[in-house]
Design a protein around this ligand. Structure first.
Ligand SMILES: Cc1cc2nc3c(=O)[nH]c(=O)nc-3n(C[C@H](O)[C@H](O)[C@H](O)COP(=O)(O)OP(=O)(O)OC[C@H]3O[C@@H](n4cnc5c(N)ncnc54)[C@H](O)[C@@H]3O)c2cc1C
Length: 380
């Protein structure tokens, strides 16, 4: 089915992203995968190309365009290219809204120009060794010391954890407050007592630096409080819908791309004297996946438009997230099976997509948590 949500401007932007990937990313990607991290230069190149801070107001160096369809194009093209390490989506769509939406004028002037140029790489640190799905279990705490906060604790699984120059840390500021006692504190590179742990060894997304972070008596200036004191929970709930949409968009794009690759493969690969595609079982496999992708695409495109117009609610973002990423997982598994032994070889796209994509049903809120959000809204 013809997609109807993009204009000529979006198509032109898609070309820009493709050119950027071909010139600045793909020639280096194999090396980044070996290194376990991307180069800072790639971030600066993204800044020069106008791919950072798409929604940041122009006065701070951004694109000034809050149309989420541009973010969707970026996510789709990165997914099709098999690029997971250079986390522009995380920076733009997940962290950007916290800085633009909650930052004071002074904070925006301090942080956003570097955010948009690629000089300042960002991360958000919610998860801890003992608290992932249940953010009420956060133990990292900041004590009010008059002119600064004294931050202690640790975080884990933080994307961009090694490269990040600016980390939004979720910390307890009111010990008795539970979820209502959490705040967002911005910790900057070089702060005394802020250490990074290992670049964690993952089964996929090898060029993405995912790390532990440690805070030992870190003095965080009072002017680095982002948003309301004790207001983090509400801020997180507001912004997580966009995070989930970004993941869902990548999910359906990955499924469609895998289907495309596999459809080609089964036409070429022969067994028992004829192409695999002549076998009814194979045709049914392809037919089922194509149907599921088409149905999901229709829902996702509607969600993309609704989100661009500001009308998508958290429940529908959760539906999009769990459905598209579970579809991605099923399609990756079935497509790998259809490739036979070659599907298990890392040089084949389908193998990498299988391991790179596996995290999609876990981060940004697991499938089970998405169903909790949807179920609660229906059964309250
Ligand atoms: C590669 C990678 C990148 C990440 N990037 C970041 C990042 O940048 N910043 C950040 O803060 N975090 C990040 N995370 C963390 C990620 O968001 C968490 O791993 C995720 O939220 C799950 O938390 P957990 O690992 O503690 O699992 P747990 O919360 O311990 O869950 C374990 C299992 O129990 C299930 N479960 C938990 N509660 C319920 C419930 N109420 N009902 C039913 N089932 C339940 C879960 O669905 C899951 O299947 C990243 C993780 C990875 C692996």
């Amino acid at each position: 089915m013809q997609r109807q949500i993009f204009t000529e401007e979006h198509d032109a932007f898609r070309e820009t992203v493709r050119t950027f990937l071909a010139k600045e990313v793909l020639p280096h990607y194999e090396q980044w995968e070996k290194d376990g991290i991307v180069s800072r230069e790639a971030w600066r190149a993204a800044g020069r190309q106008g791919l950072l801070g798409l929604a940041v107001p122009e006065e701070y160096g951004g694109g000034g365009n809050t149309d989420f369809r541009y973010s969707a194009v970026l996510a789709e093209e990165f997914t099709r290219a098999g690029v997971s390490g250079l986390a522009l989506g995380l920076h733009n769509d997940i962290i950007g809204p916290y800085l633009t939406g909650l930052g004071t004028e002074e904070q925006k002037r301090r942080w956003l120009p570097g955010f948009c140029s690629g000089e300042t790489i960002t991360a958000i640190a919610m998860t801890e060794p003992g608290a992932g799905s249940d953010l009420q279990g956060i133990r990292t705490a900041a004590e009010d010391k008059g002119d600064h906060w004294l931050l202690n604790g640790s975080k884990t699984f933080i994307s961009n954890g090694i490269l990040a120059d600016l980390v939004i840390v979720v910390a307890k500021t009111s010990p008795e407050g539970g979820a209502k006692g959490l705040s967002l504190l911005v910790v900057e590179r070089g702060a005394e007592g802020f250490e990074r742990g290992r670049n964690l060894d993952k089964i996929g997304q090898k060029s993405q630096d995912t790390a532990e972070l440690f805070f030992d008596d870190v003095r965080v200036p009072k002017e680095n409080l982002l948003g309301e004191l004790d207001g983090a929970f509400v801020h997180l709930m507001t912004n997580l819908a966009q995070e989930r949409m970004g993941i869902a968009v990548a999910g359906i794009a990955a499924a469609e791309h895998l289907l495309e690759i596999t459809t080609r493969y089964v036409k070429e690969r022969e067994a028992f004297g004829r192409p695999l595609s002549k076998l009814q079982h194979i045709r049914f496999e392809i037919a089922e996946m194509a149907t599921e992708c088409a149905v999901t695409r229709t829902f996702l495109d509607r969600c993309i438009v609704d989100h661009s117009e500001g009308t998508l609610d958290a429940v529908h973002a959760s539906m999009a997230k769990w459905w598209a990423t579970e579809l991605q997982k099923r399609v990756a598994d079935r497509c790998l099976q259809l490739h036979g032994g070659y599907g298990y070889m890392t040089e084949y796209r389908v193998a990498k997509a299988f391991t790179d994509g596996r995290i999609q049903t876990i981060y940004g809120g697991t499938t089970e948590i998405m169903k909790e959000i949807i179920g609660r809204s229906l059964l309250a």
